[in-house]
Ligand binder design. Structure first.
Ligand code: GUN
Length: 290
């Protein structure tokens, strides 16, 4: 079998178009322009690319974009003061502090300082708790929501009863992904670095979501024939000249011979993440205006 390639770029473009239409309507009829503030501390090259893309796509969707670039040696107190200002700013409906943060800053303290109503990352414990409670209105983390939207397309919106294996237990992807799949009535297994016999677990899974950050870790012969594979990994390997080559957590060439459908890297999950961030910002703006 040769797997269908899941085109995340096209799905994200379609979602951004829907969002832009909704934003135009809000501006026209409700005089409401959703605004997203993105905070970047330091100069991590990958984070800089993500933050630039977020700003550009926010503007393209017709929203207000505020980007705050802070020095690498910014103190936690300075960052918390900026978050407090953004919490109080009525033109800012969504706040995203790009992770990872430099070591002098406690990430959890910063996440907890963001107004939960403006937490478009869905990382605040109130939002994580709402998701775990099965609240369908919870602001949920953007990467797993993007994965879910791609999966729903593959299964005609009915994931009930599918055995889903989530590899990775981070607060950003693995745990919320498992909660979202549970909400769709999947049977969910969460695997991690201490899991025994991961290949055997994988062979039982109808859906595999790989989010571990280890290039090519999931092999083709681990997969159940016809499985739907969502590769969240974005690993930079040395490429031609000084260009990095991006690869996922799944050995793509092998997996594509066994899977039913698979996301490529790049062009799979990545573009969906920002589209879902824009969507969360519109939802947050509408709730704040209500
Ligand atoms: N770093 C990597 N992914 C993310 C994300 O989804 N949100 C934030 N804030 N930082 C990240």
């Amino acid at each position: 079998m040769t797997a269908a390639i899941i085109d995340g770029k096209a799905a994200a473009a379609a979602l951004r178009e829907q969002i832009a239409t909704e934003v135009a309507r809000l501006r026209e009829t409700d005089d409401l322009q959703p605004g997203l503030a993105v905070v970047l501390v330091g100069e991590d090259p990958a984070s800089q690319v993500y933050v630039r893309n977020k700003g550009r796509q926010t503007v393209e969707a017709g929203m207000l974009s505020h980007t705050h670039r802070l020095r690498d040696d910014t103190s936690e107190t300075e960052l918390l003061a900026l978050v407090a200002d953004l919490n109080a700013d009525p033109t800012v409906h969504g706040i995203l502090v790009q992770l990872p943060l430099p070591p002098q800053i406690d990430e959890q303290r910063v996440i907890c300082a963001i107004d939960p109503a403006k937490d478009v990352d869905g990382f605040h414990p109130l939002n994580a708790g709402a998701l775990a409670n099965g609240d369908p209105g919870a602001l949920a983390p953007c990467t797993p929501v993007g994965c879910l939207l791609l999966l729903r397309e593959q299964f005609d919106n009915d994931l009930a009863g599918q055995h889903a294996l989530v590899i990775g237990r981070s607060n950003i992807v693995g745990k919320p992904m498992a909660q979202l799949l549970l909400q769709e009535s999947c049977t969910v297994t969460i695997a991690h670095s201490r899991t025994r016999d991961l290949p055997a677990l994988c062979r039982h899974a109808d859906i595999v979501v790989a989010a571990v950050g280890r290039p090519g870790m999931v092999r083709g012969d681990w997969l159940k024939p016809g499985a739907v594979v969502i590769d969240v990994g974005i690993n930079r390997l040395p490429g031609e000249g000084d260009k990095a080559r991006l690869v996922g957590d799944v050995a793509f060439a092998e997996a594509r011979e066994v899977a039913g459908a698979i996301t490529p890297v790049p062009g799979g999950v990545g573009p969906m993440t920002i589209a879902c961030l824009l969507r969360n910002t519109v939802v947050a703006a509408c709730r704040q205006a209500a």
